[in-house]
Design a protein around this ligand. Structure first.
Ligand code: ADP
Ligand code: MG
Length: 465
């Protein structure tokens, strides 16, 4: 006989409000099927226009083979800070010096000219401070916004995200804009040539592939969630380049947009829907919104808020605290709370104090931690379903996945949860490894530049013999 609401214990009642976060393996497999279909649509030349997952070919055709050499500049733009790096590569040895520059809010919301003038200023300052002169230095640009690439060094911005909204850049080639800005600086000491534009997922993969030949997938679990992987040209209907060897290309999936056509509605909870409604891009990036660092804290907050309204949590707490305000519960709190391993709940109490919740009980702490574990596990499992889809598609006996982003780096359980779930979802016999990639955006961009130069030199060598 089903339990009537009056007879339910508090924990049974809580379960009614959170059961949507617990998905079965069968459900994750259904998600994988859907993702695979959506990726095929994205790769198809006539379906791409309507596809949510854009599967942008990056024009990166080869991974580093360890023979790369030289001195490269790299830029990393795609968050709050902007970095310039000088990367010296001598086969397996990599030496990096970098400098972080602030991008003021007025520039993030100004014109494209102002943004690229600011970037050029920072590059010139960096060149001066590092005493670089009288040479041409190839530059790799990590530009982590969705771009449609027309060549390795030609990328048109599709849309701004992450707080940037500079006028006159959408649909423009960002390399051209950077070169023009450098010309305006009229710097005499160094000639900078942009030889590659990549996003952070690609940089992450390149950086790890330099020391691990099995690495063919890059994953970002930071502010956003995205992945790239190596695909055979024969599967890329969209491809308009040549078919010379190597007949493969890295695909920047931009899979954060998975579900935007409603195909993931069967797993979205009331909390996911509310988060989306109040976001700056309703109906967009629905898969990303269930996974990444920009949103996870808010999903937890909405759940805690609901339980509190139902009288199941914080019964004697002040209803006017931060917990009841949008965006005030950060994803780093989820990591901190889940790092509590005893009945003292030191971190949990610190977080609750910080967000102004008063008069909480130990049982409240227990429930808060439980909600965090449910939301983070679903995120880790959904990301795992994405990776398992790629691993099964590529069907290689051994595969390393390079991962970067603060969520993966700092959450205490993300790595382990992912390893277990991927194991469960991939075809029997396939082996994989998740490896933290170090400085993907910097070293990775320099390596793309290095590979481009190596291939260019090889070509020139072939022509002259
Ligand atoms: P980006 O993706 O912009 O390059 P990061 O990789 O640093 O930057 O990711 C930033 C995201 O990581 C933010 O959304 C933030 O909420 C989340 N984050 C920061 N610290 C932690 C942490 N300790 N645990 C989990 N998530 C975190
Ligand atoms: Mg980053």
């Amino acid at each position: 006989m089903p339990t009537t609401p009056e007879k339910m214990t508090k924990y049974e009642k809580i379960e009614q409000f959170v059961k949507g976060f617990k998905l079965s393996s069968l459900t994750y497999k259904r998600v994988m099927h859907l993702l695979n279909d959506e990726m095929n649509n994205g790769l198809h030349e006539s379906m791409n226009y309507h596809a949510d997952i854009k599967m942008f070919p990056t024009f990166v055709r080869a991974l580093p083979d360890g023979t790369e050499k030289g001195k490269f500049l790299a830029l990393d733009l795609g968050g709050t800070n902007f970095r310039v790096l000088i990367v010296r590569i001598d086969q397996r040895d990599v030496d990096i010096q970098s400098q972080t520059y602030l991008i003021p809010q007025r520039i993030m919301l100004g014109t494209g000219i102002q943004l690229f003038d600011h970037i050029a200023d920072c590059i010139c300052r960096f060149i001066r401070d590092h005493d670089l002169k009288d040479e041409t230095i190839p530059l790799g640009f990590t530009f982590s916004f969705p771009c449609r690439q027309e060549g390795l060094a030609k990328a048109r911005l599709s849309k701004w995200t992450k707080g940037f909204r500079c006028e006159g850049v959408v649909n423009e080639d960002i390399c051209f804009l950077l070169h023009e800005a450098m010309k305006r600086k009229n710097t005499t000491t160094v000639d900078v040539e942009v030889v590659a534009v990549v996003n952070d997922a690609v940089g992450t993969l390149m950086s790890a592939a330099h020391t691990d030949r099995n690495c063919e997938i890059g994953l970002i679990l930071g502010t956003g969630c995205n992945a790239c992987y190596m695909e055979s040209l024969k599967n890329v209907g969209l491809w308009e380049g040549d078919y010379e060897e190597p007949a493969q290309v890295l695909i920047n999936t931009e899979w954060g947009a998975f579900g935007d056509n409603g195909c993931l509605d069967f797993i979205r909870t009331e909390y996911d829907r509310e988060l989306d409604t109040y976001s700056i891009n309703p109906g967009k990036q629905l898969y990303e919104k269930m996974i990444s660092g920009m949103y996870m804290g808010e999903i937890v907050r909405l759940t805690l808020e609901r339980l509190s309204m139902e009288g199941l949590l914080f019964e004697s707490a002040d209803r006017d605290c931060e917990l009841f305000h949008r965006g005030r519960f950060f994803t780093k709190f989820v990591s901190e709370i889940e790092s509590d391993h005893d009945e003292f709940f030191r971190n949990t109490k610190q977080v609750l104090d910080e967000i102004g919740v008063t008069n909480y009980t130990t049982e409240d702490c227990n429930i808060v931690k439980y909600i965090c574990t449910l939301v983070s596990a679903r995120a880790a499992f959904l990301a795992s379903a994405g990776l398992a889809t790629l691993i099964n598609r590529m069907n290689k006996p051994e595969m390393t996945i390079a991962v970067d982003g603060s969520l993966y780096r700092f959450h205490p359980r993300f790595h382990n949860l992912m390893v277990l779930k991927i194991q469960e979802l991939i075809k029997k016999g396939l082996k994989f490894k998740l490896a933290l990639s170090h400085d993907g955006s910097g070293k990775g961009a320099a390596l793309v530049a290095a590979v481009a130069m190596r291939l260019r030199d090889n070509k020139q060598g072939e022509c002259s013999t």
